[in-house]
Write a protein that binds this ligand. Structure first.
Ligand code: HEM
Length: 438
C-alpha cells in the first residue's frame, strides 16, 4: 500500500485531463490514465469539486466500497493526505456484520436462541474465517474464468473433513477429526450443516457454491444409505478425501432411459458437477420397466459435455451420455426395483439444504441493499430516506426473518428424528420451505 504523504495543496495542483488526482477517504488516487476509461465517464472526474479535491462523498454516493478493493483500482492509489486518517473500514475477515438484520438473531448481540449451543458458535467463527480466507478468493476467480473450483480448495476442505460434514450427522463422521478437532463428531447435528450452508451462501457465488460439492451433496447420500458396504466405504473415502467427485444423474429419468440388464444406454441433462465427476448416481429403468439406481464409474462410454446455464460454468453442469457402459451388479444402490424409493428418500435433505442456502443468500442481499440504500445519495439525500425504499426493505427483512425461523424449526425437528421419520414427517415441510424460498 502506497504510504507517500501529500498535502491538500499538492493534490489540488493535479486537476486537469492527463494530470488528475483525487482524494477518497484520506487516500490519494492518480486517475490521469484511468479517467478516460472510467465507467462513469471523464466529465464527472473533471468537475471542479472532484478534480484535485477530496471526493469522498461524491465517490461513496455512487460506488460500493468494494470498488476500491479491486486490485486494478487499488493500484491507482499513490499515497495518503498528510495528517488525515482513514475513516471507512471494511468488515474484517471472519467478523460479524454490524448492519442491522445482516446476521440471524442467534448471531446478533443481545438476542438469544434455543437452538444453538456454544459449540455451534465456536464453529461458526472458525468456519466463516475459512470461507472468507480459502473459499471466497477461489470463488471470485472461478466465477470470473468459469473453471471448476480449484483442487487445492477441495484438499483444504478434505483436511478439515468439511466434505464429510456437509453430508450431515451420522456414522460417516465417527473417528474423523472434524475442523482440526474443534467439532466433536457426537455433537455434530443438522445445525452445523445449516451454519455451513448459510455461511457459504454469503459468498454470493451460486455457481461456485454448487461447484464446490453440490454434486456430492445430492449424489453421495444414495451411496451412503443404499450402497453395498465395501463399495460404500471405498467411494466415501475417495470423495471425503477430495480426490474423487460424484454427481446425481436423475433428470429425464422418466423419458429416454433404456437399460438392458447391467448395461445401460442413456442420456442425462443439467447434471451439476457432471463435467468433472468420477462417479454418477444414476436413476434409470431396467428391462422389466422397474426403476433402479446405479452407481456408474467414469469409463469408456461415459461422456460429459458442459451445458450453458443461467449461472457460471464453475458448477460443472453437464450433459451426460452412457453408451454400452458396464455396471457390476454390486453397484446397484438399493433393491432391484426400488429405485424410486432411493431417489425420493434423497429429496428431503436436498430440499432442506437448498432452503438453508437460499435464506442465507437472501439475508446477504438484505445486507447489501441496506448498505447501498444508506450510502447512495439521490436528490441530496440518502436513498433510504425515501418511504417507498424503506417499505421495500421492511418487506424483504420480514421475509428473511420468517424464513430463518421456519428453517430453524425444521432443522430442530430433524435433530430429533431418524432418517426414516424425517422422510415421513418432513417431506411436506421440506417442500413448502423450499417452495417459499426459491
Ligand atoms: C478512485 C476513483 C474511482 C474509481 C476507481 C471509479 C471506478 C468506477 C467503476 C468501476 C464504476 C462502475 C460501477 C461500479 O463498478 O460500481 C464507476 C461508475 C461511476 N463513477 Fe466512478 N470511480 C472513481 C471515482 C469517481 C468519482 C470521484 C466520481 C464523481 C462523481 C465518479 C462517478 C461515477 C459515476 C457517475 C459512475 C456511474 C454510476 C452508475 O452508472 O450508476 N467516480 N466508477
Amino acid at each position: 500500500m502506497a504510504s507517500k504523504q501529500y498535502t491538500k495543496e499538492e493534490v489540488a495542483k493535479h486537476n486537469k485531463q492527463g494530470d488528475l488526482w483525487i482524494v477518497v477517504d484520506s487516500k490519494v488516487f492518480d486517475l490521469s490514465k484511468f479517467a478516460a476509461m472510467h465507467p462513469g465517464g471523464l466529465s464527472v472526474l473533471l468537475d471542479e469539486e472532484v478534480a484535485g479535491q477530496d471526493a469522498t462523498n461524491a465517490f461513496f454516493s455512487l460506488h460500493r466500497y468494494e470498488v476500491l478493493q479491486r486490485p486494478q483500482y487499488c493500484r491507482l492509489q499513490i499515497g495518503v493526505v498528510a495528517g488525515e486518517e482513514q475513516q471507512i473500514f471494511p468488515r474484517s475477515i471472519g467478523a460479524l456484520s454490524k448492519v442491522p438484520y445482516a446476521e440471524p438473531t442467534w448471531l446478533t448481540e443481545g438476542y438469544y436462541s434455543p437452538y444453538y449451543k456454544d459449540h455451534h458458535r465456536r464453529f461458526q467463527v472458525v468456519f466463516r474465517k475459512f470461507v472468507e480466507e480459502v473459499l471466497l478468493p477461489d470463488a471470485q476467480a472461478r466465477e470470473e474464468d468459469g473453471k471448476r473450483p480449484s483442487q487445492s480448495v477441495f484438499d483444504e476442505m478434505a483436511k478439515l473433513e468439511l466434505i464429510a460434514m456437509r453430508m450431515g450427522p451420522g456414522k460417516h463422521l465417527q473417528g474423523r477429526v472434524l475442523m482440526g478437532g474443534l467439532v466433536k463428531p457426537e455433537e455434530f447435528d443438522y445445525f452445523y450443516e445449516l451454519i455451513m450452508a448459510q455461511e457459504v451462501a454469503r459468498m454470493n457465488a451460486r455457481g461456485y457454491y454448487d461447484g464446490a460439492g453440490g454434486g456430492i451433496f445430492i449424489g453421495l447420500p444414495p451411496v451412503m444409505n443404499f450402497g453395498q458396504p465395501a463399495i460404500r466405504e471405498k467411494v466415501l473415502q475417495e470423495v471425503f478425501s477430495g480426490k474423487k467427485y460424484i454427481c446425481l444423474a436423475i433428470s429425464e429419468a422418466f423419458a429416454g432411459s433404456d437399460v438392458a440388464g447391467l448395461k445401460c444406454r442413456a442420456k442425462r441433462k443439467w447434471i451439476t458437477n457432471a463435467t468433472f465427476s468420477d462417479y454418477f448416481t444414476v436413476g434409470c429403468r431396467n428391462d422389466q420397466g422397474g426403476m433402479v439406481v446405479l452407481l456408474i464409474e467414469r469409463q469408456d462410454g461415459v461422456e460429459t459435455k458442459p451445458i450453458k446455464t443461467s449461472y457460471s460454468t464453475t458448477a460443472g453442469t453437464g450433459f451426460v451420455t452412457f453408451e454400452n457402459v458396464f455396471v457390476p451388479y454390486e453397484y446397484t444402490l438399493g433393491p432391484d426395483n426400488g429405485g424410486l424409493q432411493v431417489i425420493l428418500s434423497n429429496f428431503n435433505h436436498e430440499r432442506w439444504g437448498m432452503a438453508c442456502g437460499s435464506v442465507g443468500a437472501q439475508r446477504f442481499i438484505v445486507e447489501e441493499c441496506l448498505k447501498w440504500a444508506t450510502q447512495r445519495q439521490v436528490f441530496g439525500k440518502p436513498l433510504i430516506s425515501q418511504a417507498v425504499i424503506r417499505s421495500k426493505l421492511a418487506a424483504m427483512i420480514a421475509r428473511v426473518e420468517s424464513a430463518q425461523n421456519w428453517i430453524e424449526n425444521v432443522t430442530y425437528q430433524m435433530t430429533h428424528m431418524s432418517y426414516k421419520e424425517q422422510a415421513s414427517h418432513l417431506a411436506g415441510y421440506a417442500f413448502l420451505v423450499v417452495d417459499a424460498q426459491t
